[in-house]
Design a protein around this ligand. Sequence first.
Ligand code: HEC
Length: 122
Amino acid sequence: MRPVTFATRGVLLVGIGVHASALPITVPAWADAEKLAYGKHLSQECTTCHRLDGKGQNIPVIYGLEVDYFRTTMKFYRTGARENPVMNSVAQMLSDEQLDALAIYLATQKPPAKPTQPTRKK
Ligand code: HEC
């Protein structure tokens, strides 16, 4: 499988409000614009909990996860090999095709910047 490299435009860098003009990302050959758009659409269900700014209450950031990490994790949730009541039911509602679309969309999103200064209060 030959990886294709393409650029995502207008990725919002959280916090500083900068737009990265072109961010080259390597995605698998089966990734295409249609799948990316579908993944983006599906991810709206996830981002109420998994917030882009990383400030969800102990909910991990899912932007920028590796495609294989994401797919394997979601399959663990689907079978119950990884337990979490919310994610177990979320994963059971998604087909393999939907997981693929989500995987490439999330992998191409830039995770929020880590804080540079420690804070006492959140
Ligand atoms: C109601 C809130 C909620 C929604 C909606 C939700 N999640 Fe989650 N998600 C969580 C929580 C809480 C965890 C942490 C569970 C754990 O520790 O296993 C989690 C964990 C994950 C992880 C594991 C992250 C890691 O670093 O290993 C992935 C991947 C994930 N969610 C993907 C998704 C996707 C994709 C969607 C949308 C289809 C989604 N989630 C929707 C609450 C949610």
